[in-house]
Design a protein around this ligand. Structure first.
Ligand SMILES: Nc1ncnc2c1ncn2[C@@H]1O[C@H](COP(=O)(O)OP(=O)(O)OP(=O)(O)O)[C@@H](O)[C@H]1O
Length: 252
């Protein structure tokens, strides 16, 4: 059997009395494009942060192509590219400087690094503001440079927390194409998103997280069972009718 790109089992995390992740297990098959859905506060970011070794779990483990992110972090982390939520960046560098600096830390050969940086800045259209420091970047530009950082070392698995959030439609189309080509080339991708149409159009697998647990997971066709993904999501998370009656003071 092929080794899974990502295998997480029994992940748990409490923040004081709040149970953020309550025993999440998930297998991301190699070569899959996996979407993770969930309401605000469902536990997606916490679970993904633990899965990639950015946040220490209270319990459970995470294997990247069979390598444990906590006991074998060097090998595991060489295989993953991560776009975390609220990415911390060297703020006083330009995009090119950030990529060059991080590429050198990764030990990428100088000539190869220069080519990759040129390619990434060009494709993501960050080369028009070469002199702009990251601290001056817009939210969408920060997302794009974060994605460039995740791609720089040519990983086998991408784990991207809301990669399309705040990104303009043209850049979103570019990112979609990059990710689709990455999967066609044998890579595996995990994204979290709130946009059902995007997950439905891009992903072949989906997991719905609700209240720190997996409510459903598997090939998207199985989870949908001929229903629109949005209907499945709403029924799984048990959404109630919108509560807007208290806002009568907004009406004229
Ligand atoms: N550092 C923290 N300290 C305390 N509570 C936290 C912390 N990080 C997350 N939480 C709580 O854990 C729960 C899960 O949060 P998480 O950010 O993982 O959700 P999410 O599914 O990614 O939400 P969103 O879709 O809004 O980004 C929430 O109740 C949140 O308030």
């Amino acid at each position: 059997m092929m080794t899974a790109a990502l295998e997480i089992s029994g992940l748990r995390k409490n923040f004081a009395t709040k149970v953020a992740v309550d025993g999440i297990s998930l297998t991301i098959p190699a070569g899959s494009f996996y979407g993770v859905l969930g309401s605000n506060g469902a536990g997606k970011t916490t679970a993904l942060s633990m899965a990639v070794g950015l946040l220490r779990p209270d319990a459970g483990r995470s294997l990247v192509f069979g390598h444990d992110v906590w006991t074998d972090p060097v090998r595991a982390k060489a295989l993953i590219g991560v776009l975390p939520d609220g990415l911390a960046m060297p703020e006083r560098l330009t995009g090119r400087e950030v990529l060059t600096y991080l590429g050198m830390l990764r030990g990428i050969d100088r000539a190869q690094l220069r080519r990759r940086v040129d390619d990434l800045l060009g494709v993501l259209e960050l080369d028009q503001q070469e002199k702009t420091l990251v601290i001056e970047y817009s939210t969408g530009m920060r997302k794009k440079i974060g994605l460039a950082v995740a791609l720089l070392h040519a990983p086998r698995l991408l784990v991207l927390d809301e990669p399309f959030e705040a990104v303009d439609p043209v850049s979103a189309a570019t990112i979609r194409t990059i990710l689709q080509r990455f999967v066609e080339g044998g890579g595996s991708v995990v994204i979290s998103s709130h946009v059902m149409a995007l997950v439905e159009g891009l992903c072949d697998h989906v997991a719905v997280v609700n209240d720190g647990r997996i409510a459903a997971a598997g090939p998207i066709a199985d989870v949908r069972a001929n229903r629109p993904l949005e209907d499945v999501f709403v029924s799984l998370v048990g959404a109630s009718a919108p509560r807007t009656e208290g806002l009568s003071w907004l009406s004229r």
